[in-house]
Write a protein that binds this ligand. Structure first.
Ligand code: UD1
Length: 426
């Protein structure tokens, strides 16, 4: 079993290169199914989730060429010339929830798709009703049978006016991709405005899609007969950047986040500001520092972009755990996203959960302990707590980290962390 071993209390100093965003790269890869021409994606992070998505797309008949010789992540070229296999099987969908994104593109391109229902995962039930309802409004006939979503649109999809009752990143991406090849105009209201959705819309436009309102809550898509190939660079990972910003603050260090886009980090920087963390942008460099690592208590509530991201909630809880005074986190996106709490408590954190809120009373004296990672962001929260704690922390369940953080230990070690991976791969 692989573990990450950390000896804490070392201020981190230096520069960390920020990778391409996993959550942008996954839907961008799926967009390759919309055309028979090559789609080249640059700056794709080398992560397990990317490998799983490549396996799924290969299963659908896409050829995937991989070049990892460059400095900036992987370059993937996807060519889905056909024939296209329209079945996304359980064993692949189950490994990565984003695989449900193939539903819209497969339907739009071939008129049919069978996609296994993604299971609930650790952070909540995560249904796909908005994806299904939207595709039905575009004329698809959908039935659920044997755990699979069977979708048909023998005469193609037609444009529709779809208003999401609440913001969903995945449903926006799925329907946006489907709409590019639908007949007529699709309007997506209350659409997600996350930078990863905007990146997808820009790539689809480069592929010949006709999309207005990119970056807003209302996307208007005029369907076209066919899309063509494109060459696109994935946006930087704002969650990885935010995570290393917390690493700088929690260790009383100073890090330059090379390649991060500050425009994507507004709510995260605002929260860091409330905590007394210094964030500055000078000469094109984004610098985050704190003199002692002991921030002020502060409150955050997760919201859709441009609000505070749910994917940063666990990392901020680590920061609050060692802050001066009390903090309150309110999680409004997922119903079960406090699984890191019992593990932080093992390290001496004082956290009380009431429904969707967590009260964190700061305790600067966290102590290292063996802990178990339960999901991607929860596992990195434990790494951050380990960086701040006295003594040794052993993080188990490391495979979660490999799903979403490229070369985490290398990047942290290069800026002064005492961190290593031990044991055999799981
Ligand atoms: C994406 C991100 C994930 C992030 C989340 C919210 C990827 C690969 N993953 O996940 O890291 O935490 O956005 O920013 O990009 N919901 C429904 N019905 C639906 C769809 C969603 O009830 O049909 C609910 C979900 O259960 C959740 C909320 O809506 O409570 C938001 O989910 P959504 O934005 O769709 O998240 P994902 O796209 O799965």
């Amino acid at each position: 079993m692989e573990q990450i071993r950390i000896k804490g209390r070392k201020p981190l100093r230096g520069t960390i290169p920020i990778s391409g965003a996993k959550n942008a790269a996954l839907p961008l890869m799926v967009a390759g199914l919309l055309t028979d021409q090559p789609l080249t994606l640059r700056g794709v992070p080398g992560l397990d989730d990317i490998d799983t998505m490549a396996e799924l797309l290969h299963n659908h008949g896409a050829q995937i060429d991989r070049d990892d010789s460059g400095d900036l992540g992987l370059t993937l070229t996807l060519t889905a010339k056909g024939p296209i296999d329209t079945v996304a099987p359980y064993d692949l969908v189950n490994r990565i929830r984003a695989s449900v994104l193939v539903l819209g593109p497969l339907l739009a391109r071939t008129g049919e798709a069978t996609v296994s229902m993604p299971g609930g995962d650790a952070i909540g039930i995560r249904p796909i009703d908005l994806h299904i309802k939207g595709l039905e409004e575009m004329g698809a006939e959908i039935r659920l049978e044997g755990g699979d979503v069977h979708a048909k649109a023998p005469n193609g999809l037609t444009g529709a006016n779809i208003r999401f009752p609440f913001v969903s990143v995945g449903a926006t991406e799925n329907l946006l991709m489907a709409a590019t090849l639908a007949r007529g105009t699709t309007i997506l209201e209350n659409a997600a405005q996350e930078p990863e959705v905007t990146d997808l819309a820009k790539c689809l436009s480069a592929m010949g899609a006709n999309i207005h309102g990119i970056g807003t809550q209302c996307l208007v898509v005029q369907g076209v007969d066919a899309l063509h190939g494109a060459d696109h660079t994935v946006v930087p990972d704002r969650i990885e950047a935010g995570t290393y910003a917390v690493a700088a603050a929690i260790t009383g260090g100073e890090l330059v986040l090379d390649g991060a886009d500050p425009d994507h980090l507004g709510a995260v920087f605002e929260a860091l500001g409330h905590a007394g963390v210094n964030v500055s942008i000078g000469l094109g460099k984004l610098r985050v520092s704190h003199p002692t690592g002991q921030c002020r208590g502060f409150d955050v509530m997760t919201k859709a972009f441009p609000g505070f991201p749910t994917d940063m909630q666990a990392q901020f809880m680590a920061l609050m755990a060692v802050a001066n005074g009390a903090s309150l986190i309110t999680e409004t996106i997922f119903e079960n996203r406090f699984m890191h709490v019992p593990e932080l408590v093992r390290m001496g954190a004082d956290v009380t959960v009431h429904g969707n809120s967590a009260m964190v009373r700061g305790n600067p004296a966290l102590r290292g302990a063996p802990v178990m990672a339960t999901d991607l962001r929860a596992s990195v929260c434990l790494v951050l707590a380990g960086l701040a704690a006295e003594g040794e922390t052993i993080v188990n369940g490391v495979f979660h980290l490999d799903r979403g953080y490229e070369r985490l230990e290398d990047k942290l070690r290069a800026v002064g962390a005492d961190i290593e991976r031990v044991g055999q791969p799981d």
